[in-house]
Design a protein around this ligand. Structure first.
Ligand SMILES: Cc1cc2nc3c(=O)[nH]c(=O)nc-3n(C[C@H](O)[C@H](O)[C@H](O)COP(=O)(O)OP(=O)(O)OC[C@H]3O[C@@H](n4cnc5c(N)ncnc54)[C@H](O)[C@@H]3O)c2cc1C
Length: 506
């Protein structure tokens, strides 16, 4: 928005309060090469290695070459990166071979979000409108004309025309029972792009963060509290309830192995031993200063009754990030004219089959800037004879929608979770089909929750169908019936609504 606003008017919409975003909750940081010991090629190699053959090399190179300059620009704009002797203090995280994580203690996202929001809000060419839920894209003749918003106070819809629309609606974590994601992460942008005939890629690659705080009533909460990977990067170790190091002998990097490997190990350990969690043992860390180094995690745990200066942290995996999304080229374009995407909702291909820690803020930063540059360079053509969009929709009421949302979350956790197989994925899809029927029967009202539910249903089906299609295990996607990686699947999984319609007809 800031890049575009020098030349055009921008409307920034968010469905809740402007600060209620995953960006605001990001802890660990943003990866960018800075140290003389590091190099662009090292970061590229680490990223492609994590991506397990699916990382898009061109996009990865662009992100890693252009990232450091944009991170320094964030610093100049006011993001308070933690500095030591005039240089950024760089952290190490899993899968990275060098220290390259810029951070603001463990509140990196908050500093980025508040700094950028302040700049955006004071810009005369930018209007920021929160509590504004976009229900759909207005697409006519393959060209995006604007968006359709839902006004919850009047319970009606209205249209905002635009020369260009950029979808940056974030992730999908809320489709799972346990997630670190904000309540806004219901995959709305991906679902609306899918309805609008955009290509959606690699939705089977859900990243489960290995260390979210275990709380017995987590399933009743909006989200789980994250214990950043940076804690392990600073010496914490995963241990069983009996104190055994659970990653010993499982991976050369032990507790700093890639997230997918650790998440599966914890999942299998707790199932095998009939336990609810494992511990993060902090005793090898500099515990004295832990409250200063990780103020957010320290306070977050303390407010939940755990003093991490004295106690280990009980942790379990939770849905954290989606590597798939709306397919864009390296300039932010989707296959729909005048429709762009960026951030977690977009698929650039940089993460391949697994995202390296702290590469997602970097991806969002680099490709949103490139999308902005494209928007400024394009001469927008409108198809002639465009009428008004259809804006009559129905959904279940709030209470019913909330109940149904819980069912979606349970289905996805059960059948589309850390470990998958054909039988489970088919069962999951079957359950979603049954739920679809119930939703249709109850769609006699309208509510924000009901609209989100409809989006969550699309996301759930995309995840399960993509996972079913990929008959192999690779990176984040693990199938017990196809435990090996298969060269024939060294390609992206693309879903379109056309394909779904064709399948329905056959
Ligand atoms: C707890 C946590 C910690 C993380 N830590 C890190 C980290 O250290 N480093 C890293 O690189 N990544 C991290 N990630 C991932 C990273 O934070 C996200 O991928 C990234 O912030 C996503 O940014 P975004 O702009 O795409 O989406 P968000 O920041 O989530 O913003 C989405 C916006 O879209 C709006 N929106 C959604 N739907 C609608 C709708 N229908 N109508 C109108 N508005 C809508 C929302 O209101 C919100 O304003 C973390 C994620 C989580 C959850």
């Amino acid at each position: 928005a800031l890049s575009i606003s020098e030349h055009k008017k921008v409307l920034v919409l968010s469905k809740k309060e402007s600060l209620e975003t995953n960006t605001n909750y990001a802890q660990g940081g943003i990866a960018a090469v800075q140290d003389a010991q590091d190099s662009t090629q090292n970061h590229i190699d680490d990223t492609l290695k994590a991506g397990k053959g699916l990382g898009h090399q061109k996009a990865v190179r662009i992100m890693i070459e252009q990232g450091p300059g944009l991170v320094r620009k964030l610093f100049r704009t006011g993001v308070e990166f933690t500095m030591v002797n005039g240089s950024p203090e760089l952290w190490m995280e899993g899968g990275h071979t060098r220290k390259r994580i810029w951070h603001c203690f463990d509140r990196t996202g908050e500093s980025i979000e508040t700094t950028l929001l302040k700049a955006v809000m004071s810009h005369p060419n930018i209007e920021v409108r929160d509590q504004s839920l976009v229900w759909d894209l207005w697409i006519e003749q393959g060209c995006c004309q604007g968006v359709i918003l839902y006004d919850s106070s009047l319970k009606n819809f209205y249209v905002e025309p635009a020369q260009a629309v950029l979808v940056a609606t974030g992730g999908v974590g809320q489709v799972y029972r346990y997630t670190t994601n904000s309540r806004i992460s219901t995959g709305d942008g991906i679902a609306m792009a899918y309805r609008g005939e955009a290509e959606i890629a690699n939705m089977e690659f859900t990243q489960f963060h290995p260390t979210s705080l275990y709380e017995p009533d987590a399933h009743l909460k909006e989200k789980s509290f994250l214990i950043s990977e940076a804690v392990r990067g600073n010496g914490a170790v995963l241990v069983s309830q009996d104190g055994l190091e659970i990653m010993k002998g499982k991976h050369p990097k032990e507790s700093l192995a890639p997230r997918d490997i650790i998440a599966r190990e914890i999942d299998s350990y707790i199932k095998k031993h009939n336990q609810n969690f494992v511990y993060l043992d902090l005793s090898k860390m500099d515990i004295e200063n832990i409250d200063q180094k990780f103020p957010n995690i320290y306070q977050g745990c303390l407010s939940r009754g755990i003093d991490i200066k004295k106690q280990n942290i009980p942790v379990v995996p939770a849905a954290h990030y989606i590597c798939g999304g709306i397919k864009i080229d390296v300039d932010g374009r989707t296959n729909i004219e005048n429709l762009f995407a960026a951030g977690e909702a977009a698929f650039t291909g940089v993460h391949g089959a697994n995202r390296l820690a702290s590469n997602s803020l970097l991806e969002a930063l680099v490709f949103s800037k490139r999308a902005a540059d494209t928007v400024l360079s394009v001469e927008f053509k409108r198809p002639s004879g465009v009428g008004k969009p259809n804006i009559k929709y129905l959904s279940p009421d709030k209470a019913t929608a909330k109940q149904f949302k819980t069912l979606v979350k349970n289905i996805l956790w059960e059948y589309g979770g850390i470990v998958r197989n054909k039988q489970g994925l088919e069962k999951g899809l079957e359950e979603l089909e049954k739920l679809d029927q119930k939703i249709k029967e109850k769609s006699n009202s309208i509510s924000s929750n009901g609209l989100e539910l409809k989006n969550m249903m699309i996301i759930g089906k995309l995840i399960l169908a993509s996972a079913l299609q990929r008959k192999e295990s690779r990176g984040l996607h693990y199938r017990t019936d196809f435990p090996d990686t298969d060269k024939n699947y060294e390609q992206d999984t693309i879903c379109t609504i056309h394909q779904e319609r064709r399948n329905d007809e056959s």
